[in-house]
Design a protein around this ligand. Sequence first.
Ligand code: SF4
Length: 265
Amino acid sequence: MIEIYKKLPQTNCGKCGVSTCMAFAQKVKKSEAKLSDCPFMADIIIEEVPSAGVEPFSNYEQVSDDLEKEAAKVDFRSTAKAIGGEFESKNGHETIRLKMIKSTYELRKDGLYLENSYCMDPWTKIIIYDYVRRQGTSDLSGDWITLGHFPDTASHVKAFQSSAENKLAEAFKNDLPGLKQHCIRLGSIYVKPKAKSDFFCSFNLLPQVPLYLSFWAADDEFDAECKLLFDSNAEDHIDIENLAYLVERFVDELVTWEQGAEDSN
Ligand code: SF4
């Protein structure tokens, strides 16, 4: 995925239908998209040599490695408390346990682990290490906003709607019970809705990064619709590009499981 990502313009413009180049690279890797679906690839191939100007941030592996080294230096006990993780010290080894969507990661001094295996996914590491580094101090505001209300996100909104909100609406347009069931499986939490919908629930993408999901099922008049909302203080805890990518992964988990269940029937 990283090799594919390196070939892309890395501008996260969203013209390929997903909101980040990393998400697009993942789709190409899974054969869900072709490189040529990025309208800028032709230019890149003709130029052949990538611009030196993008080089410092062009290698996500390098970024994730650098963040990993930085994370190893933080005080684990106080950091765990600040980020909503669980601290453990055993036989001289310190660990922070942190839940992201439904998986519990272990941050150790020598790296990030999932089920005792070293995590190789650079994007997972970037999201978690950036969250650890930020140690956001803002409480939840209680104001829920769409992705487009965060600063500098206008260019991502269309792609986010297509790869997250519309994707969920399409997958569950005639299956509200299925959506409810899958949301429970992914750890949904009951929160009182602020507006009327056919289904509403909340998730903790990370301990201090909630996601609010409103769903309206299709009827004779209207297509199904889904809205994903965030706390207005989310940016204090997570980079918004990381948040968009995390939500796309979350949606993929819901939808892929749905397809898998259908396939096995
Ligand atoms: S179209 Fe997609 S892959 Fe191409 S630069 Fe824009 S976001 Fe990246």
